[in-house]
Ligand binder design. Structure first.
Ligand code: 6PG
Length: 244
């Protein structure tokens, strides 16, 4: 069985239509988690692709989410101040979190002000564990992007962090600035109840095909290492799906 058949793949014409379809599904997943367990732990990704999704959650769907029962974490962060234009936390606040009535304590940014990514990663892991008990806390939904090099979160090709099996959050190095990053690792990503990739653009098509193809090296294509015990869905525009 090819890995493609073992996963959900949802394709829409363009990023707008894709973001609309994914926003509706994210609302459903959040609502399901809240109904089942009383709250929802969601991890956001960074970069540019999710910004339209965030905007839809903050406007068209603002009334569909029980914001006081949603806890927002981050799949990764650049090791820059939270007011830096490069900060994933700043992007999430500007496009979503500052627009909705989510309690301040429900937003859990990755700390980047301790001066040591390793220590800040450890304190973030403690924060995740404080919110969700269990050997490996099970987040309800992790949203992920993918770079044209096949990285996801801040798990980059050839990175030693790919081999991490104990730590849930760890420092990593990106090949581009800002190089210092903090990222969730496969143990927590692959224990999620659901992991959704949101990928758009022709430049991503080769790596989407590799990530969904058989016998792909995780070392070369870290996105291929995301295979959660729960639900895995790839949400693609036609351009990113063009080589499937
Ligand atoms: C980050 C992200 C990263 C992102 C991909 C895709 O910190 O940049 O978490 O994993 O999802 O690089 O980024 P774009 O959506 O900008 O293409």
């Amino acid at each position: 069985m090819s890995r493609l058949s073992a996963r959900e793949v949802h394709v829409r014409a363009d990023l707008d239509e894709l973001s609309e379809a994914l926003a509706a599904e994210v609302v459903r997943v959040i609502g399901g988690a809240i109904s089942t367990r009383g709250d929802c732990a969601l991890a956001l990704s960074g970069g540019g692709t999710p910004q339209r999704l965030h905007s839809l959650l903050a406007t068209a769907h603002a009334g569909d989410i029980a914001w006081p029962r949603l806890h927002v974490f981050f799949g990764d962060e650049r090791y820059v101040p939270h007011d830096s234009p490069q900060s994933n936390c700043r992007m999430a606040r500007e496009t979503l979190l500052d627009q909705v009535p989510i309690p301040a304590d429900n937003v859990h940014p990755i700390p980047t002000d301790g001066g040591d990514p390793d220590e800040d990663a450890r304190s973030y892991e403690a924060a995740v564990r404080e919110h969700r008990v269990g050997d490996v806390p099970r987040l309800d939904l992790i949203l992920l992007g993918m770079g044209p090099d096949g990285h996801t979160a801040s798990l980059f090709p050839g990175s030693g962090t790919l081999a991490e099996t104990e730590r849930l959050v760890a420092p990593s190095l990106a090949p581009v600035e800002p190089r210092r990053r903090i990222t969730m690792t496969y143990p927590i990503i692959n224990n999620a109840a659901a992991a959704f990739f949101l990928v758009a653009g022709e430049d991503k098509a080769p790596m989407v095909a590799r990530a969904l193809g058989p016998n792909t090296s995780v070392e070369e294509v870290p996105a291929a290492g995301v295979y959660p015990t729960g639900r895995l869905a790839w949400w693609l525009d036609e351009a990113a799906a063009g080589m499937l």
